[in-house]
Design a protein. Structure first.
Length: 246
């Protein structure tokens, strides 16, 4: 295993981000765990990874809505081990915005985390990633292509991220590959947005008749980073077939 390569994963303290960190760490990567409010969980994850391989994980805190703080975040991540080989834009905001009730604060939160931050992080990381022949993976959403009722702004912000993924692939070629993963019903957030009946209905609408797990996303991210040298500008749906017949 190559213990030199470094990846930064945003929003990596919990759920899919944390599993992605564990998966890439298990493949020999040094991992930078970005977090905002989940400080305790981030520290615990860093400690667990360093217990497996000393000096292989570190945490960095930052508010991704603070655009001026994004270049320093990339600089700090690069400085930890003197390089940055991959960026995974995983951090995301998700909440409903029924038309007629959308606020400027909703816009700032959803567009800021789902689109603006990935753009400015990619821009800041581009010189180092070009030098390393690195890559970017953006976590999009199947609703980028097929919007979810009541979530117009969220869906549109993920749609912007999907377009950005393809645009960055053009801008950063040939040195840097840029791809995306579009999850379907993976692991439900710890909130009451979808009750048991709605969750069951969504799962029933997948071709595989079950929800996925964070490992499904993490394995796909690892594939795009490690095993897909001739893939760029693509978004892979990992959704149990839900998007095939929405």
């Amino acid at each position: 295993m190559n213990h030199e390569r470094v990846v930064m994963i945003t929003g990596a303290a919990r759920r899919v981000g944390a599993q992605t960190a564990r998966t890439l760490h298990g493949a020999g990567w040094r991992v930078v765990i970005h977090h905002h409010r989940s400080t305790g969980e981030a520290h615990a994850l860093v400690e667990s990874l360093n217990a497996l391989r000393p000096g292989s994980a570190a945490g960095l805190a930052a508010d991704l809505l603070d655009t001026d703080g994004l270049p320093p975040l990339v600089t700090a991540a690069t400085a930890l081990w003197g390089r940055l080989d991959a960026l995974v834009n995983n951090a995301s905001s998700f909440f409903p915005t029924p038309l007629g009730s959308v606020t400027a604060q909703d816009w700032d939160s959803l567009v800021g985390s789902n689109f603006k931050a990935p753009l400015f992080l990619a821009q800041a990381a581009a010189p180092e990633l070009r030098a390393r022949g690195g890559c970017i993976v953006n976590i999009a959403d199947i609703h980028a292509e097929r919007p979810l009722a009541g979530y117009a702004l969220y869906s549109a912000s993920k749609g912007a991220l999907a377009t950005l993924t393809r645009a960055l692939a053009i801008e950063l070629a040939p040195q840097v590959r840029v791809n995306g993963v579009a999850p379907g019903p993976i692991q439900w957030p710890d909130d009451p947005l979808f009750d048991a009946v709605e969750r069951s209905r969504i799962v029933e609408h997948t071709l595989l008749k079950r929800e996925g797990c964070p490992q499904d996303i993490a394995r796909t991210v690892r594939f795009l980073i490690e095993d897909a040298p001739y893939i760029t500008g693509q978004i892979i749906a990992v959704d149990g077939g839900r998007s095939a017949h929405l």
